[in-house]
Every structure is written in C-alpha cells, then in structure tokens.
Ligand binder design. Structure first.
Ligand SMILES: NC(=O)c1ccc[n+]([C@@H]2O[C@H](COP(=O)([O-])OP(=O)(O)OC[C@H]3O[C@@H](n4cnc5c(N)ncnc54)[C@H](O)[C@@H]3O)[C@@H](O)[C@H]2O)c1
Ligand SMILES: O=C(O)C(=O)C[C@@H](O)[C@H](O)[C@H](O)COP(=O)(O)O
Ligand SMILES: [Zn+2]
Length: 369
C-alpha cells in the first residue's frame, strides 16, 4: 500500500478533501461512513467497473453500511436525458434524502451524470466521487462540473455541484484498457500546457512510462494534476473570472470533434482533447502567438504516446464550416463572440477574446484530413 496524499479543494463551507492512495478502495467504507448517517449507501456505477464495485461494497459492509447499486451501460451515450431519468427514478424509488451522499463509482461519464442527478434531486443532495479512470482521477471527479450531453452537443445541460469527498485509488487503473489510459493522459498533459512548462517537460520524460504501467509516475501525475485543478477551481469555481476557463484548453476544438464523431466511442473525450490541444497550438502558431516549434513539440508528444494530434488522426473529415457550427454551441459564447484558449508558448495559455470564427474555419480547412 502506498502512503496517501490529500489535496483540499478550498471552497469555504463547501471545501472537500481529495484523498489519493493505493488500496484506498478497500478502505473506502471507513472514509465514506461519516457522510452516510448509518443509512444504506446508493452507488451508481457502470458495468465495466463491476469488480471494483464488489470491493467497494465489501468495504462499506466492513464499516457496517448496507449498500445498493445501479449498474449502467458503459460509454459516453449514458450522459443522456434517458439515463439521467433512470438514475433519478432509481434514487427516488429508494427514498433518497437531501442529506444522503450518493456514490459515483466509475469514469467521467458516471461522475458527470450522477453528479448532475444529485444537483437536481430534491433540489440538491450530496454525493461522493470514487473515480476509476485516469481521466476521472486527474480531472472530472474534482471541481463540481456535472452534466449531460444533448442533441446539440457536449455538456449543454448541467450544474456546478461539488462532491463532499473524492477517493482516488490509483491501483484501480490496473484494469483500465490502454486506450482509456492514454485518453486520460491527455488531460494530464493539459495542466503542463496551461501554465506549468516544467510539468510538460516531466510528461515528455515520463509519459510513456506512465502509460506502460509505472505506478510511481502514475501517482505523481495524479497528485500533481489534482493539486493544479484544485488551485484553479478554488480561484474560479463557477468559471466567471477567466481562470477556470483555462481548463478548457483544447476543448472548444475537442468538443466540436466529439460532436462530429457522434459520441459513439469512435473518438473519446481525452482523444478529442489531445487533437483539440494540438489544433489550438497550431492555430496559435498560425496567428504568430507562439513559435511553430512549440506547436510541433505538443503534437510530437501526443503522437509519441498514441494520441491524435489533429483532424486526420482523430478521423474527422468534416469541413471547417461544419466544425465551427458545432462550436457555436460552446458555453463560453458571449454576445456572439467565442473566446478561445490559445497559447503564447508551452505553459503560457490564455483566453483570447479576439478570435473571428471565420479565421478558425479557414484554419481548419487548411488542416490535413
Ligand atoms: N466534469 C469535469 O470536469 C470533466 C472533466 C473531464 C472530462 N469530463 C467528462 O468525462 C467523460 C469522459 O470520462 P472517461 O474518460 O472517464 O470516460 P468513461 O467514464 O466513459 O470511462 C471510460 C471507459 O472505461 C471504463 N472503465 C472505467 N473505469 C474502469 C476500470 N478501472 N477498469 C476498466 N474499465 C473501466 C468505462 O466503463 C468506460 O468504458 C466525458 O463525458 C467528459 O466530457 C468531465
Ligand atoms: O473542470 C473544468 O472546468 C473543465 O473544463 C475540465 C474539462 O476537462 C472538462 O472536459 C469539462 O467537462 C469541460 O467543461 P465544459 O463546460 O467546457 O463542457
Ligand atoms: Zn476535458
């Protein structure tokens, strides 16, 4: 068992700990018990995490807590109105109270979906996150963005609703398919590219080892990423002062690619983010904001770890106009202007409010398919 680390997300009365430690899943019962008031615990998970669910329930049982679980089909398509209704109905049928804490066990899909259900059930009940993908451990379980996708695009219906506790057991990543591990790694690299050039250099040095199963590198990446996200969320919980928007680096391009691919598993979120970040850097270079070498360095690293570095590698053949049409649904859109996360260099990302979508369209049309 590895010694643990705790990062606090500092949000005044809604502050909460993010505990990180090998073997934590088997001690989850004792960590969760203080939230549960002795009531049976409702767990929502997806079918691929069934073995981890068994361990979680055993640990709750050892802490004297009964539990019930709802197992959902895996995949992005579960972030839908239909599955939201299913989760809400299941929790209501078992008598969820505002003071309860529902446990979300799974990747970002389960965390976003269950978090949103908890934001709206009885106008808000509690929840805890037990993330089981690298992406969820380094990003989605922390910070309280919850929601679902709609026919119009990604995450267009949702709420800010913070969990009361996040329990991260890096060992559960041993069962994660390599493709999912790599996708989550894209969000790790993001923190380096936002404002931490040294961390990007660390990724260049250690990323391949991390993806090959180096447990030390994995824990380092998780702890560093969680600390970075906690800092940003504490500075701008509701994405109003430009700080939290930095976490959207690569996402305006990336969400357009995901929407175009159709949420069918052919292009998963982290892959779309990697391609989106590479595009954001190339667009920045084309505008003379950063050196072409910086954009090349970013694309080279993504390619080296098997992540897409643009439209062709992401399998997107759509025109610039089609992709820009997806972008018009972006939640950052303000009075007809879409701010973009661009880069003045590695670790020097910023929110640029001067981008004309016609330029984005021309740039995308010039990208190889
Ligand atoms: N709220 C946020 O701040 C935030 C941040 C980043 C991403 N997201 C959202 O997160 C979602 C993507 O999350 P994700 O990449 O975790 O995808 P996911 O939840 O679909 O999980 C990926 C796959 O891994 C499987 N899985 C999960 N844990 C496993 C394990 N330990 N072993 C084996 N299989 C396992 C799942 O069943 C699924 O098939 C997207 O919807 C994205 O928009 C939200
Ligand atoms: O926590 C945030 O803030 C993020 O932007 C993290 C992103 O990685 C994540 O994909 C988020 O869901 C994107 O949010 P959206 O509001 O742009 O849909
Ligand atoms: Zn993301």
């Amino acid at each position: 068992m590895m010694p643990g680390t705790t990062v606090t997300v500092a949000l005044g009365t809604r502050s909460y700990p993010v505990e990180i430690g090998g073997g934590l899943l088997d001690r989850a019962g004792e960590r969760l018990a203080p939230l549960m008031r002795g009531r049976p615990v409702a767990i929502v998970a997806d079918e691929n995490v069934a073995p981890h669910l068994t361990r979680l329930r055993a640990s709750l049982g050892a802490a004297g807590l009964a539990s019930e679980a709802l197992l959902l089909p895996a995949g992005e398509s579960a972030k839908s109105w239909a599955t939201l209704a299913r989760v809400c109905d299941w929790l209501l049928a078992r008598g969820v109270e505002r003071g309860d804490h529902v446990v979300a066990l799974g990747g970002g899909v389960i965390g976003d979906l269950v978090g949103f259900a908890c934001a709206v059930l009885k106008r808000g009940c509690g929840f805890a996150q037990v993330p089981t993908t690298l992406l969820a451990q380094v990003d989605s379980s922390v910070g309280g963005k919850t929601g679902i996708n709609t026919a119009a695009g990604k995450n267009l219906v949702g709420a800010f609703h913070q969990p009361a506790l996040v329990l991260i057991d890096p060992d559960v990543l041993d069962t994660l398919p390599p493709r999912e591990l790599a996708a989550g790694y894209a969000e790790v690299v993001k923190y380096g590219l936002i404002d931490d050039a040294d961390f990007f250099a660390w990724c260049e040095a250690k990323g391949a080892a991390l993806l090959a199963g180096d447990a030390g590198a994995r824990v380092q990446a998780i702890a560093h990423s969680v600390a970075a996200k906690a800092r940003i969320v504490a500075a701008d919980e509701h994405e109003t002062n430009g700080t939290r928007a930095l976490l959207n680096l690569g996402h305006t391009f990336g969400h357009a690619l995901e929407a175009e691919a159709g949420f069918d598993g052919s292009l998963i979120h982290g892959e779309a983010v990697a391609a989106g970040i590479a595009l954001a850097f190339r667009f920045s270079a084309a505008r003379g904001l950063c050196a072409a070498d910086d954009a090349t360095r970013v694309a080279t690293h993504f390619r080296a770890v098997g992540l897409p570095d643009g439209l062709a590698a992401a399998g997107i053949r759509a025109s610039g106009a089609t992709l820009v049409e997806h972008m018009r649904h972006d939640k950052k859109m303000a009075a007809g202007t879409l701010p973009f996360l661009l880069a003045r260099g590695i670790g020097r990302s910023y929110l640029d409010r001067s981008v004309d979508l016609a330029d984005v369209e021309r740039f995308l049309d010039g990208e190889p398919r």
